[in-house]
Ligand binder design. Structure first.
Ligand code: ADE
Length: 245
């Protein structure tokens, strides 16, 4: 059974609303994590929230690792790659914890538990999400335009995670200079990746870009969440589930 993890309540609600059309949803609470047993795109799934930050996300993923055969994680992120802008979707090819630094014991960014800096996402789940992302972007052009967002793109690449909301030009410039190929920064994906790597479970992560990780609030976040990020989350998940075996 696949598990679907959403970062924010609004994103989970959009996914749950789609699942309600397919049948009853049962709720179970395990170690403080609420798991929703549902049907979506004709398959049994577990739906849950990661919460915000790596500890919350790792806790959720650890609970799911006991029950799920794969995980799909969706949410928002700040764009730090060149030309990665609000309304775009970044599909993780690999994930790294940018605030993990156990030097001099291990090299910077190495997760000692998995023995590497970058954890690759599962190619099959990632390809399904990438296809769904193209559909999500195409399906929401009018809503994007209403927020002044034109020409959204879907980009595969490195997503970095840390326990900090990056909202200064200095903060994002530092990350960009240290990790020049990073496309997006958020607070949970690499934690889910680490738990899945430890458990040997395939996973994929897709992030809707909500900001440029600097002080320019160029998008009204509540409106963006309601009009773009939540519908994208639903379309990403449903679209991916439809093409998976
Ligand atoms: N999630 C959405 N935008 C973010 C940012 N700028 N930094 C960290 N996490 C985010």
């Amino acid at each position: 059974m696949l598990a679907i993890i959403a970062a924010l309540e609004d994103e989970l609600s959009a996914i749950v609303a789609a699942a309600r059309d397919e049948g009853e949803i049962c709720s179970e609470k395990v170690a403080g994590v609420t798991l929703l047993h549902a049907r979506l795109a004709g398959r049994d799934v577990l739906l849950t929230l990661s919460g915000v930050g790596k500890v919350a996300a790792a806790t959720t993923a650890a609970v799911l690792a006991e029950r799920a055969s794969g995980m799909i994680h969706v949410g928002t992120a700040g764009g730090i790659g060149k030309d990665v802008n609000p309304g775009d979707i970044v599909i993780a090819t690999e994930l790294l914890q940018h605030d993990l630094d156990a030097r001099p014991l291990w090299d910077r960014w190495v997760s000692p538990v998995v023995g590497k800096t970058r954890i690759p996402a599962d190619a099959y789940l990632t390809a399904a999400l990438a296809g769904a992302a193209v559909g999500a972007v195409a399906g929401h052009r009018a809503a994007l335009a209403s927020l002044g967002l034109d020409d959204p793109t879907v980009r595969p690449g490195l997503i970095i995670s840390g326990d900090v909301f990056v909202n200064t030009a200095e903060g994002s410039a530092k990350l960009r200079s240290e990790l020049p190929d990073a496309l997006a920064v958020e607070m949970e994906g690499a934690a889910v990746a680490q738990v899945c790597a430890m458990a040997g479970i395939p996973f994929a992560v897709a992030r809707t870009i909500s900001d440029r990780a600097d002080q320019d609030a160029n998008v009204d976040f509540p409106a963006f969440l309601r009009k773009i990020a939540a519908p994208y989350a639903r379309d990403l998940v449903v679209g991916a589930l439809k093409v998976l075996d």
